[in-house]
Design a protein around this ligand. Sequence first.
Ligand code: AMO
Length: 439
Amino acid sequence: MSPRSRERLRRSHLSAEIRPELDGQSVRLLGWVHEIRDLGGIKFILLRDVSGICQVTVKKNALSVEKLKDLEDLGAEDVIYVEGVVRKQPKARLGVEVLLKDYRILSRARRPIPYDVTGKVPANIDTRLDHRILDLRKPENKAIFLIASTVLQAIREFLTDKGFVEIRTPRIIVTATEGGAALFEVDYFGRKAFLAQSPQLYKEELTTVFERVFEIGPFFRAEESHTRRHVSEFTSIDIEAAFMDLYDVMKVLEELIAHVHRRVLEERPRELEMLGVELDVPKIPFKRYTYDELVKELKEIGVEIEWGEDFGTPHLRILGEKHRGYYFITHFPTESKPFYIQPCEDDPKLSESFDLMHDWLELASGGTRISDRSLLEKRLREQGLNPESFKNHLKVYDYGMPVHAGWGLGFERLLMVLTGRNNIREVILFPRDKFRLTP
Ligand code: AMO
Protein backbone atom coordinates (compact mmCIF):
# COMPACT_ATOMS: atom_id res chain seq x y z
CA MET A 1 0.00 0.00 0.00
CA SER A 2 1.39 3.37 -0.91
CA PRO A 3 1.67 5.82 1.97
CA ARG A 4 -1.20 8.31 2.12
CA SER A 5 -0.24 11.93 1.92
CA ARG A 6 -1.52 14.21 4.62
CA GLU A 7 -4.80 15.87 3.92
CA ARG A 8 -4.17 19.25 2.33
CA LEU A 9 -6.56 22.04 3.13
CA ARG A 10 -7.06 24.45 0.30
CA ARG A 11 -8.04 28.08 0.37
CA SER A 12 -10.77 29.53 -1.82
CA HIS A 13 -9.55 33.11 -1.50
CA LEU A 14 -6.63 35.21 -0.38
CA SER A 15 -7.38 37.69 2.36
CA ALA A 16 -7.06 40.63 -0.05
CA GLU A 17 -9.80 39.09 -2.19
CA ILE A 18 -12.32 39.27 0.66
CA ARG A 19 -14.35 42.26 -0.44
CA PRO A 20 -17.81 43.56 0.48
CA GLU A 21 -19.10 42.35 -2.92
CA LEU A 22 -18.68 38.76 -1.71
CA ASP A 23 -21.31 39.35 0.99
CA GLY A 24 -22.98 36.04 1.87
CA GLN A 25 -20.42 33.82 0.15
CA SER A 26 -18.68 30.91 1.90
CA VAL A 27 -14.90 31.14 1.89
CA ARG A 28 -11.92 29.13 3.07
CA LEU A 29 -8.73 30.90 4.14
CA LEU A 30 -5.25 29.89 5.21
CA GLY A 31 -2.75 32.05 7.02
CA TRP A 32 -1.12 33.22 10.23
CA VAL A 33 -2.80 34.79 13.25
CA HIS A 34 -1.59 38.38 13.16
CA GLU A 35 -3.49 39.52 16.21
CA ILE A 36 -6.44 38.49 18.38
CA ARG A 37 -8.82 40.93 20.01
CA ASP A 38 -11.23 39.60 22.59
CA LEU A 39 -14.25 41.72 23.47
CA GLY A 40 -15.96 39.20 25.70
CA GLY A 41 -18.93 38.02 23.65
CA ILE A 42 -17.06 38.45 20.41
CA LYS A 43 -13.52 37.72 19.23
CA PHE A 44 -11.67 39.17 16.25
CA ILE A 45 -8.87 37.26 14.62
CA LEU A 46 -6.74 39.23 12.19
CA LEU A 47 -5.64 36.65 9.67
CA ARG A 48 -2.52 37.43 7.66
CA ASP A 49 -1.51 35.79 4.41
CA VAL A 50 0.74 36.76 1.55
CA SER A 51 -1.81 39.24 0.20
CA GLY A 52 -2.63 41.13 3.38
CA ILE A 53 -4.76 40.92 6.51
CA CYS A 54 -8.49 40.27 6.90
CA GLN A 55 -10.77 40.24 9.88
CA VAL A 56 -12.30 36.96 11.00
CA THR A 57 -15.08 37.47 13.53
CA VAL A 58 -15.96 34.80 16.06
CA LYS A 59 -19.43 34.95 17.55
CA LYS A 60 -19.43 32.71 20.57
CA ASN A 61 -22.73 31.04 19.71
CA ALA A 62 -21.50 30.11 16.22
CA LEU A 63 -19.11 27.37 17.41
CA SER A 64 -19.43 24.21 19.47
CA VAL A 65 -18.35 24.48 23.09
CA GLU A 66 -15.27 22.38 22.39
CA LYS A 67 -14.18 24.40 19.38
CA LEU A 68 -14.75 27.56 21.31
CA LYS A 69 -12.63 26.29 24.16
CA ASP A 70 -9.78 25.31 21.83
CA LEU A 71 -9.89 28.76 20.36
CA GLU A 72 -8.91 30.18 23.74
CA ASP A 73 -5.48 28.71 23.07
CA LEU A 74 -5.06 30.40 19.74
CA GLY A 75 -2.10 32.79 19.71
CA ALA A 76 -0.14 35.11 17.49
CA GLU A 77 1.67 33.46 14.56
CA ASP A 78 -0.29 30.18 14.78
CA VAL A 79 -1.10 28.89 11.30
CA ILE A 80 -4.84 28.37 10.85
CA TYR A 81 -7.42 27.23 8.36
CA VAL A 82 -10.69 29.12 8.48
CA GLU A 83 -14.12 28.41 7.01
CA GLY A 84 -16.60 31.22 7.14
CA VAL A 85 -19.09 33.47 5.45
CA VAL A 86 -18.29 36.93 4.14
CA ARG A 87 -20.30 39.78 5.57
CA LYS A 88 -20.24 43.48 4.79
CA GLN A 89 -19.14 45.22 7.94
CA PRO A 90 -18.71 48.99 7.75
CA LYS A 91 -16.96 48.97 11.15
CA ALA A 92 -14.23 46.56 9.99
CA ARG A 93 -11.00 47.92 8.52
CA LEU A 94 -11.77 47.06 4.92
CA GLY A 95 -15.56 47.22 5.29
CA VAL A 96 -15.83 43.45 5.38
CA GLU A 97 -15.36 40.51 7.73
CA VAL A 98 -15.53 36.74 7.63
CA LEU A 99 -17.88 35.18 10.16
CA LEU A 100 -16.16 32.07 11.48
CA LYS A 101 -18.01 28.78 10.97
CA ASP A 102 -15.18 26.33 11.53
CA TYR A 103 -11.40 26.34 11.86
CA ARG A 104 -8.34 24.14 12.28
CA ILE A 105 -5.09 25.09 13.96
CA LEU A 106 -2.43 23.74 11.59
CA SER A 107 0.72 24.78 13.40
CA ARG A 108 1.15 26.33 16.79
CA ALA A 109 3.77 28.97 17.44
CA ARG A 110 5.76 28.52 20.63
CA ARG A 111 4.92 31.16 23.18
CA PRO A 112 5.92 33.74 24.00
CA ILE A 113 6.81 34.96 20.50
CA PRO A 114 10.06 36.93 21.08
CA TYR A 115 9.14 39.73 18.70
CA ASP A 116 5.95 41.70 18.09
CA VAL A 117 4.90 41.34 14.45
CA THR A 118 2.02 43.83 14.83
CA GLY A 119 4.56 46.61 15.33
CA LYS A 120 3.00 47.89 18.56
CA VAL A 121 6.29 47.41 20.33
CA PRO A 122 8.94 49.49 18.54
CA ALA A 123 12.21 47.69 17.78
CA ASN A 124 15.63 48.98 16.80
CA ILE A 125 17.46 47.66 13.74
CA ASP A 126 19.55 45.12 15.68
CA THR A 127 16.56 43.60 17.44
CA ARG A 128 14.76 43.55 14.13
CA LEU A 129 17.59 41.72 12.40
CA ASP A 130 18.05 39.29 15.29
CA HIS A 131 14.44 38.21 14.73
CA ARG A 132 14.52 38.78 11.01
CA ILE A 133 12.03 36.10 9.95
CA LEU A 134 9.40 37.57 12.28
CA ASP A 135 10.38 41.12 11.33
CA LEU A 136 9.85 40.27 7.64
CA ARG A 137 6.29 39.19 8.41
CA LYS A 138 5.40 42.79 9.25
CA PRO A 139 3.42 43.94 6.21
CA GLU A 140 5.50 47.09 5.70
CA ASN A 141 8.76 45.13 5.77
CA LYS A 142 7.42 42.48 3.44
CA ALA A 143 6.38 45.34 1.14
CA ILE A 144 10.05 46.26 0.62
CA PHE A 145 10.79 42.84 -0.80
CA LEU A 146 7.69 42.74 -2.98
CA ILE A 147 8.98 45.98 -4.49
CA ALA A 148 12.44 44.39 -4.78
CA SER A 149 10.99 41.52 -6.76
CA THR A 150 9.23 43.93 -9.13
CA VAL A 151 12.45 45.92 -9.55
CA LEU A 152 14.42 42.81 -10.51
CA GLN A 153 11.79 41.80 -13.01
CA ALA A 154 11.69 45.32 -14.48
CA ILE A 155 15.48 45.38 -14.84
CA ARG A 156 15.52 42.02 -16.58
CA GLU A 157 12.75 42.98 -18.98
CA PHE A 158 14.33 46.35 -19.79
CA LEU A 159 17.83 45.03 -20.46
CA THR A 160 16.65 41.96 -22.35
CA ASP A 161 14.55 44.25 -24.55
CA LYS A 162 17.67 46.27 -25.34
CA GLY A 163 19.50 43.17 -26.52
CA PHE A 164 21.50 42.43 -23.35
CA VAL A 165 22.14 38.76 -22.58
CA GLU A 166 22.02 37.63 -18.95
CA ILE A 167 25.27 35.99 -17.88
CA ARG A 168 26.64 34.32 -14.75
CA THR A 169 30.30 34.76 -13.90
CA PRO A 170 32.36 33.01 -11.18
CA ARG A 171 32.13 34.03 -7.53
CA ILE A 172 35.44 32.31 -6.74
CA ILE A 173 38.31 34.15 -8.38
CA VAL A 174 42.06 34.70 -8.12
CA THR A 175 42.54 38.41 -8.94
CA ALA A 176 41.09 41.53 -7.36
CA THR A 177 39.45 44.12 -9.58
CA GLU A 178 38.14 46.77 -7.22
CA GLY A 179 41.09 47.26 -4.88
CA GLY A 180 42.96 44.62 -2.94
CA ALA A 181 42.03 45.60 0.60
CA ALA A 182 38.39 44.64 0.47
CA LEU A 183 38.82 40.98 -0.48
CA PHE A 184 37.59 37.90 1.36
CA GLU A 185 40.11 35.11 1.10
CA VAL A 186 38.96 31.54 0.50
CA ASP A 187 40.95 28.36 1.03
CA TYR A 188 40.38 26.70 -2.33
CA PHE A 189 41.70 23.15 -1.95
CA GLY A 190 44.86 24.54 -0.41
CA ARG A 191 45.19 27.38 -2.92
CA LYS A 192 44.49 31.01 -2.19
CA ALA A 193 41.34 32.29 -3.87
CA PHE A 194 38.96 35.18 -3.24
CA LEU A 195 35.25 35.90 -3.27
CA ALA A 196 34.49 38.09 -6.28
CA GLN A 197 34.02 41.82 -5.65
CA SER A 198 32.40 42.34 -9.05
CA PRO A 199 32.10 40.55 -12.40
CA GLN A 200 34.28 43.26 -13.96
CA LEU A 201 36.86 41.39 -16.03
CA TYR A 202 34.54 38.57 -17.06
CA LYS A 203 31.79 40.91 -18.21
CA GLU A 204 34.32 42.84 -20.30
CA GLU A 205 35.64 39.63 -21.87
CA LEU A 206 32.13 38.44 -22.64
CA THR A 207 31.38 41.53 -24.76
CA THR A 208 33.59 39.80 -27.37
CA VAL A 209 31.04 36.98 -27.46
CA PHE A 210 27.60 38.51 -26.82
CA GLU A 211 28.37 42.23 -27.35
CA ARG A 212 25.82 43.25 -24.68
CA VAL A 213 25.71 41.43 -21.36
CA PHE A 214 24.20 41.93 -17.94
CA GLU A 215 24.48 40.14 -14.63
CA ILE A 216 22.52 40.37 -11.41
CA GLY A 217 24.19 38.68 -8.51
CA PRO A 218 25.78 38.79 -5.08
CA PHE A 219 29.29 40.16 -4.70
CA PHE A 220 31.52 40.45 -1.67
CA ARG A 221 33.53 43.23 -0.10
CA ALA A 222 35.37 42.88 3.20
CA GLU A 223 34.11 46.31 4.24
CA GLU A 224 35.74 47.53 7.42
CA SER A 225 33.57 50.64 7.47
CA HIS A 226 30.34 50.11 9.36
CA THR A 227 27.96 52.51 7.63
CA ARG A 228 24.31 52.59 6.65
CA ARG A 229 25.21 52.01 3.02
CA HIS A 230 27.90 49.32 3.12
CA VAL A 231 27.52 45.59 3.65
CA SER A 232 29.85 42.66 3.02
CA GLU A 233 27.50 40.91 0.62
CA PHE A 234 25.55 43.07 -1.82
CA THR A 235 23.75 42.58 -5.10
CA SER A 236 25.24 44.21 -8.14
CA ILE A 237 23.42 44.90 -11.38
CA ASP A 238 26.14 44.98 -14.01
CA ILE A 239 26.07 45.72 -17.69
CA GLU A 240 28.82 45.80 -20.30
CA ALA A 241 28.44 46.59 -23.99
CA ALA A 242 30.71 46.47 -27.01
CA PHE A 243 30.81 49.52 -29.30
CA MET A 244 29.51 51.83 -26.58
CA ASP A 245 31.16 54.60 -24.59
CA LEU A 246 30.35 56.20 -21.25
CA TYR A 247 27.59 58.40 -22.68
CA ASP A 248 25.85 55.43 -24.28
CA VAL A 249 25.81 53.42 -21.06
CA MET A 250 24.77 56.44 -18.98
CA LYS A 251 21.75 56.68 -21.27
CA VAL A 252 20.96 53.00 -20.72
CA LEU A 253 21.25 53.57 -16.97
CA GLU A 254 18.95 56.60 -16.74
CA GLU A 255 16.37 54.97 -18.99
CA LEU A 256 16.53 51.86 -16.84
CA ILE A 257 16.00 53.88 -13.65
CA ALA A 258 12.97 55.64 -15.16
CA HIS A 259 11.57 52.29 -16.33
CA VAL A 260 12.00 50.80 -12.85
CA HIS A 261 10.14 53.75 -11.30
CA ARG A 262 7.28 53.33 -13.79
CA ARG A 263 6.98 49.60 -13.12
CA VAL A 264 7.04 50.00 -9.34
CA LEU A 265 4.36 52.70 -9.56
CA GLU A 266 2.20 50.49 -11.78
CA GLU A 267 2.61 47.27 -9.86
CA ARG A 268 3.23 48.22 -6.24
CA PRO A 269 1.08 51.22 -5.34
CA ARG A 270 -0.19 49.50 -2.18
CA GLU A 271 3.31 48.67 -0.99
CA LEU A 272 4.52 52.22 -1.65
CA GLU A 273 1.60 53.53 0.37
CA MET A 274 2.38 51.15 3.24
CA LEU A 275 5.92 52.51 3.27
CA GLY A 276 4.73 56.11 3.05
CA VAL A 277 6.70 56.70 -0.13
CA GLU A 278 5.59 59.09 -2.85
CA LEU A 279 7.45 58.11 -5.96
CA ASP A 280 7.70 60.11 -9.20
CA VAL A 281 9.14 58.94 -12.46
CA PRO A 282 12.38 60.95 -12.69
CA LYS A 283 12.88 63.16 -15.72
CA ILE A 284 15.61 62.08 -18.10
CA PRO A 285 18.28 62.91 -19.08
CA PHE A 286 19.61 63.25 -15.53
CA LYS A 287 21.75 66.30 -14.76
CA ARG A 288 25.45 65.83 -15.39
CA TYR A 289 28.31 67.52 -13.55
CA THR A 290 31.99 66.95 -14.05
CA TYR A 291 34.25 66.14 -11.13
CA ASP A 292 36.05 69.45 -11.81
CA GLU A 293 32.81 71.43 -11.56
CA LEU A 294 31.87 69.89 -8.24
CA VAL A 295 35.35 70.34 -6.74
CA LYS A 296 35.11 73.99 -7.71
CA GLU A 297 31.64 74.22 -6.21
CA LEU A 298 32.87 72.75 -2.92
CA LYS A 299 35.89 75.06 -2.80
CA GLU A 300 33.69 78.08 -3.45
CA ILE A 301 31.73 77.37 -0.28
CA GLY A 302 34.92 76.89 1.71
CA VAL A 303 35.05 73.10 1.84
CA GLU A 304 38.55 71.64 1.92
CA ILE A 305 39.26 69.27 -0.92
CA GLU A 306 42.36 68.55 -2.98
CA TRP A 307 41.99 68.00 -6.70
CA GLY A 308 42.42 64.26 -7.31
CA GLU A 309 40.91 63.23 -4.00
CA ASP A 310 37.79 61.06 -4.17
CA PHE A 311 34.66 62.63 -2.67
CA GLY A 312 34.33 61.50 0.93
CA THR A 313 31.09 61.20 2.88
CA PRO A 314 31.24 64.82 4.18
CA HIS A 315 31.70 66.11 0.61
CA LEU A 316 28.88 63.97 -0.70
CA ARG A 317 26.58 65.13 2.11
CA ILE A 318 27.16 68.74 1.08
CA LEU A 319 26.75 67.99 -2.64
CA GLY A 320 23.59 66.00 -1.89
CA GLU A 321 22.03 69.01 -0.15
CA LYS A 322 22.49 71.08 -3.31
CA HIS A 323 21.78 68.46 -5.92
CA ARG A 324 18.62 66.56 -5.18
CA GLY A 325 17.43 63.38 -6.86
CA TYR A 326 19.37 61.57 -9.54
CA TYR A 327 22.45 63.12 -11.15
CA PHE A 328 25.70 61.99 -12.74
CA ILE A 329 29.23 62.98 -11.82
CA THR A 330 31.57 62.41 -14.78
CA HIS A 331 35.28 62.54 -15.62
CA PHE A 332 36.89 61.60 -12.32
CA PRO A 333 40.67 61.82 -12.03
CA THR A 334 42.18 58.71 -13.63
CA GLU A 335 44.15 58.14 -10.42
CA SER A 336 41.01 57.72 -8.34
CA LYS A 337 39.48 55.07 -10.60
CA PRO A 338 40.27 51.37 -11.15
CA PHE A 339 42.88 50.31 -13.72
CA TYR A 340 40.35 49.26 -16.36
CA ILE A 341 38.86 52.76 -16.85
CA GLN A 342 39.82 54.59 -20.05
CA PRO A 343 41.80 57.82 -19.53
CA CYS A 344 40.56 60.75 -21.66
CA GLU A 345 42.52 61.05 -24.88
CA ASP A 346 42.97 64.84 -24.70
CA ASP A 347 43.68 64.92 -20.96
CA PRO A 348 44.83 61.58 -19.49
CA LYS A 349 44.64 62.97 -15.94
CA LEU A 350 40.87 62.64 -16.36
CA SER A 351 38.99 59.47 -17.16
CA GLU A 352 35.90 58.47 -19.11
CA SER A 353 34.17 57.54 -15.87
CA PHE A 354 30.97 58.40 -14.05
CA ASP A 355 29.04 57.79 -10.88
CA LEU A 356 25.27 57.92 -10.62
CA MET A 357 24.16 59.68 -7.46
CA HIS A 358 20.86 60.13 -5.67
CA ASP A 359 21.13 63.07 -3.28
CA TRP A 360 24.31 62.13 -1.43
CA LEU A 361 24.19 58.38 -2.09
CA GLU A 362 26.34 56.77 -4.78
CA LEU A 363 24.21 54.26 -6.65
CA ALA A 364 26.39 53.21 -9.56
CA SER A 365 29.73 53.68 -11.19
CA GLY A 366 30.99 52.93 -14.65
CA GLY A 367 32.65 54.24 -17.73
CA THR A 368 34.42 53.49 -20.97
CA ARG A 369 37.00 50.73 -20.54
CA ILE A 370 40.50 50.44 -21.86
CA SER A 371 40.40 48.31 -25.01
CA ASP A 372 44.11 48.45 -25.81
CA ARG A 373 46.32 45.81 -24.20
CA SER A 374 49.48 47.87 -23.78
CA LEU A 375 47.59 50.74 -22.16
CA LEU A 376 45.89 48.30 -19.80
CA GLU A 377 49.25 46.83 -18.81
CA LYS A 378 50.61 50.34 -18.22
CA ARG A 379 47.63 51.21 -16.02
CA LEU A 380 48.03 47.99 -14.03
CA ARG A 381 51.67 48.82 -13.35
CA GLU A 382 50.79 52.42 -12.42
CA GLN A 383 48.39 51.07 -9.84
CA GLY A 384 51.07 48.82 -8.39
CA LEU A 385 49.53 45.65 -9.84
CA ASN A 386 51.46 42.94 -11.63
CA PRO A 387 50.27 42.35 -15.24
CA GLU A 388 51.47 38.75 -14.88
CA SER A 389 48.63 38.14 -12.38
CA PHE A 390 46.17 39.27 -15.07
CA LYS A 391 47.61 37.21 -17.92
CA ASN A 392 44.40 35.31 -18.63
CA HIS A 393 42.49 38.55 -18.93
CA LEU A 394 45.19 40.28 -20.98
CA LYS A 395 45.23 37.37 -23.44
CA VAL A 396 41.67 38.22 -24.44
CA TYR A 397 42.95 41.58 -25.72
CA ASP A 398 44.99 39.71 -28.33
CA TYR A 399 41.91 38.15 -29.86
CA GLY A 400 40.07 41.31 -30.94
CA MET A 401 38.78 43.62 -28.20
CA PRO A 402 36.17 46.20 -29.20
CA VAL A 403 35.67 49.58 -27.56
CA HIS A 404 33.34 48.84 -24.68
CA ALA A 405 31.71 50.43 -21.66
CA GLY A 406 29.52 49.47 -18.74
CA TRP A 407 28.46 50.10 -15.19
CA GLY A 408 27.69 48.45 -11.87
CA LEU A 409 24.58 49.53 -9.99
CA GLY A 410 24.12 48.68 -6.32
CA PHE A 411 20.73 46.97 -6.21
CA GLU A 412 20.18 47.56 -2.51
CA ARG A 413 21.14 51.22 -2.75
CA LEU A 414 18.58 51.68 -5.52
CA LEU A 415 16.03 49.94 -3.28
CA MET A 416 16.87 52.34 -0.44
CA VAL A 417 15.88 55.19 -2.74
CA LEU A 418 12.73 53.49 -4.02
CA THR A 419 11.49 52.47 -0.58
CA GLY A 420 12.67 55.54 1.32
CA ARG A 421 14.78 53.51 3.79
CA ASN A 422 17.99 54.97 5.14
CA ASN A 423 19.77 51.83 6.31
CA ILE A 424 20.81 49.33 3.63
CA ARG A 425 20.22 46.47 6.10
CA GLU A 426 16.47 47.15 5.97
CA VAL A 427 16.37 46.28 2.27
CA ILE A 428 18.36 43.02 2.53
CA LEU A 429 16.57 39.90 3.73
CA PHE A 430 19.52 38.60 5.74
CA PRO A 431 22.24 41.27 5.71
CA ARG A 432 25.91 40.54 6.27
CA ASP A 433 28.28 43.10 7.72
CA LYS A 434 31.43 43.06 9.81
CA PHE A 435 29.44 42.35 12.95
CA ARG A 436 26.61 40.24 11.56
CA LEU A 437 26.89 36.75 10.16
CA THR A 438 23.55 35.44 11.46
CA PRO A 439 20.68 34.87 11.04
P1 AMO B 1 31.87 50.00 -7.47
O1 AMO B 1 32.93 49.43 -6.62
O2 AMO B 1 31.70 51.49 -7.43
O3 AMO B 1 32.12 49.65 -9.00
O4 AMO B 1 30.49 49.31 -7.13
C1 AMO B 1 29.34 49.58 -7.90
C2 AMO B 1 28.16 49.88 -6.99
O5 AMO B 1 27.92 48.77 -6.14
C3 AMO B 1 27.43 49.23 -4.90
N1 AMO B 1 28.33 48.77 -3.81
C4 AMO B 1 27.92 48.41 -2.59
N2 AMO B 1 26.71 48.34 -2.02
C5 AMO B 1 26.62 47.94 -0.75
N3 AMO B 1 27.68 47.57 0.01
C6 AMO B 1 28.92 47.62 -0.50
N4 AMO B 1 29.95 47.23 0.25
C7 AMO B 1 29.08 48.05 -1.86
N5 AMO B 1 30.14 48.20 -2.68
C8 AMO B 1 29.67 48.64 -3.86
C9 AMO B 1 27.39 50.74 -4.95
C10 AMO B 1 28.36 51.05 -6.06
O6 AMO B 1 28.07 52.28 -6.70
N6 AMO B 1 33.16 47.15 -11.38
C11 AMO B 1 32.68 48.45 -10.99
C12 AMO B 1 31.44 48.86 -11.75
C13 AMO B 1 31.72 49.10 -13.22
O7 AMO B 1 32.57 49.96 -13.52
O8 AMO B 1 31.07 48.44 -14.06
C14 AMO B 1 32.40 48.42 -9.49
O9 AMO B 1 32.34 47.40 -8.87
O10 AMO B 1 26.07 51.12 -5.32
